[in-house]
Design a protein. Structure first.
Length: 134
């Protein structure tokens, strides 16, 4: 995948959102870390109706959905405030699916691609390599 200079790369999972700014050329990525966003995970996400029980013991699922929704809202606000022109999203499959449910139309128009893979604990070099392979 080739990303234009200035593209924002969001790397997320159910607990973490990391943002990078591509300062390199289209063929040579140079991902610079951006400030870690402060997110309000008060939005319950679409999984809020799934309560913990013996049938569904995963009590963290709702928290992860809420974090994914908050991550999408942060990206929505960046798009609406013209703080990003192009966006590439990398997230584990579940988080990516939840985030997609919350994208604003304005943000959807700025997404140049996404990758369903958990890379939050990986180095910048690993993230850049994954983007190149996408």
């Amino acid at each position: 995948m080739i990303l234009a200079n200035g593209t924002i790369v969001a790397v997320a999972d159910g607990k973490t959102l990391k943002l990078f700014h591509n300062k390199g050329t289209e063929t040579q990525l140079e991902l610079a870390p951006m400030a870690e966003p402060s997110l309000d995970a008060g939005n319950a996400g679409s999984g809020a109706r799934h309560q913990s029980s013996s049938a569904n013991p995963d009590s963290s699922r709702g928290d992860e959905d809420a974090f994914a929704a908050a991550s999408a809202e942060h990206l929505n606000q960046m798009a609406l405030k013209n703080k990003l022109e192009h966006l590439f999203v990398i997230a584990d499959p579940r988080t990516l699916g939840e985030m997609r449910k919350h994208y604003h139309a304005n943000l959807k128009g700025k997404i140049v691609g996404d990758l369903a893979k958990d890379l939050t604990g990986h180095s910048v070099e690993d993230i850049a390599a994954a983007i190149h392979k996408a």
